[in-house]
Design a protein around this ligand. Structure first.
Ligand SMILES: Cc1ncc(COP(=O)(O)O)c(C=O)c1O
Length: 463
């Protein structure tokens, strides 16, 4: 009866509403559900799941909050009007080490990078066309780039033996395979710095990518949302820097940006599509009605981004805190024999648990992942959800919590590895017993770096 009702009511809906092409049924999102059902809290739920699947930058949020408190008038729109686009262009230049100039007239605002990515695809491709994406890649690209636009994403397989760097040969092969299958490739899309790898592409590889898309006359969309999270060398090289130096068709190049990661403001929903192509700018502007940023948000940000003393200090302090967090986290993992891909950016590590797999397959990866989420109570994300072709890699976020919670997470990992030492003999129902006394009595319950509880709707990110 219930089933019949469901089928009938579904028949009244669109294909979009009834298909599961949004990709939200992946373990990436299942881990979130596990966290949502049983979220860790140092006092009220010390045995709950710690959220390590959220690429959110809370380490320097105190600085943003202090700025807002010190500038209350910035929250109120007035007739004076501030130049949100101009100031955003200035900030984008700063976040790229002042090596490029951005024209405010080429900036189109959208609802986060999520919205900007989709707008870009709507401008560049038709249903059935394809984009090459180096894998492993951000799982929500399936939803953001593919679901409503109906384009295809064709992964370009990158290998751990090469630190997952994409080579020209990998690209050529993926392109040729698409040609053979009669699929029209409209472009390449990637995140640089990479989510989930936390690595940056160097100038040589970026140049070769620009050459490739010029030869094929296809587009290049670079999602640079993590641009200012680069916390150590090699420095970040924006596609804009490379493209402007090279002899190439700028009409093919588009940059996606957002304040969600670099400024730690995912709840503000400020995304940007910056295109060198006039038609794309014009079409994207028309679409931006579907995801406008409120004038109040624009006003506040315009004021904040104009305050160069603040943005300079914020960017350098944020990098320092990220580097320190990365070092302490990877050091803790190393002490229990867990390695990570060496990285220099992002809010996460790409953790290598291949030695803990009972069998080197994706089933083995899922089995291990279930134990980590359900028994070790850490929401980490399995590599398969990032379209990684090698089982055993996991993305672990480290910047969305205070120091104490990170210590607890490391303690749980330590206990898990110690229990199964040598024999890959971890079991379901591990019965790890987590001590919460230290947290409950600690006077430093929340780090000064995390003044807002992770559940605040103001800051809640969904990716
Ligand atoms: C590579 C990448 N692009 C886009 C997004 C979405 O960002 P926003 O919150 O600005 O929509 C994310 C969020 O995790 C991301 O990692």
């Amino acid at each position: 009866m219930e089933g019949t009702k469901k089928v009938k009511s579904q028949a009244l809906l669109s294909k979009l509403a009834t298909s599961d092409e949004h990709g939200e049924n992946s373990p990436y999102f299942d881990g979130w559900k596990a966290y949502d059902k049983d979220p860790f809290h140092p006092l009220t739920n010390p045995n709950g799941v710690i959220q390590m699947g959220l690429a959110e930058n809370q380490l320097s949020l105190d600085m943003v909050l202090d700025w807002i408190k010190a500038n209350p008038e910035a929250s109120i729109c007035n007739a004076e009007g501030l130049h949100a686009f101009k100031n955003m262009a200035l900030f984008m230049e700063k976040a790229r080490g002042e090596r490029v100039r951005f024209d405010p007239d080429r900036i189109v605002m959208a609802g986060g990078a999520t919205g900007a990515n989709e707008v870009a695809i709507f401008c560049l491709a038709n249903e059935g066309d394809a984009f090459l994406v180096p894998s492993p890649y951000y799982p929500a690209f399936n939803r953001d780039l593919r679901w409503r636009t109906k384009v295809r994403l064709l992964p370009v397989t990158c290998q751990s033996s090469n630190n997952f760097q994409m080579t020209k040969e990998d690209l050529e092969e993926a392109y040729e395979n698409a040609q053979k299958a009669n699929i029209k490739v409209k472009g390449v899309i990637l995140s640089n710095p990479s989510n989930p790898l936390g690595t940056t592409m160097d100038k040589t590889n970026l140049r070769s990518l620009v050459t490739f898309i010029n030869e094929k006359q296809i587009h290049l969309v670079c999602d640079e949302i993590y641009g200012a999270t680069v916390f150590r060398s090699p420095r970040f090289v924006s596609i804009s820097e490379v493209a402007e130096e090279m002899e190439c068709n700028l009409d093919l190049i588009h940059v996606v940006y957002s304040l969600s990661k670099d400024m730690g403001l995912p709840g503000f929903r400020v995304g940007i599509l910056y295109s060198y192509n006039d038609h794309v700018v014009s079409c994207a502007r028309k679409q931006s009605s579907f995801g406008l940023v409120s004038s109040q948000t624009q006003h506040l940000l315009a004021k904040m981004l104009l305050d160069e003393e603040f943005t300079d200090k914020y960017l350098s302090e944020s990098r320092r805190r990220l580097a320190s967090r990365y070092d302490s986290f990877t050091k803790g993992l190393k002490e229990v024999g867990i390695g990570c891909l060496e990285s220099n950016a992002g809010l996460y590590c790409w953790m290598d648990l291949r030695q803990l797999l009972k069998e080197p397959t994706f089933d083995g990866e899922m089995e291990l992942w279930r134990v980590i989420v359900n028994e070790v109570k850490l929401n980490v994300s399995p590599g398969s959800s990032f379209h990684c072709y090698e089982p055993g890699w996991f993305r672990v976020c480290f910047a969305n919590m205070d120091d104490e919670t990170l210590e607890i997470a490391l303690g749980r990992i330590r206990m898990f590895v110690e229990k199964g030492k040598g024999a890959k003999s971890w079991q379901r129902n591990l019965k790890l017993s987590f001590s919460s006394r230290k947290m409950a009595t600690s006077p430093r319950i929340m780090s000064p770096h995390s003044p807002i509880p992770p559940h605040s709707p103001l800051l809640r990110a969904n990716n």
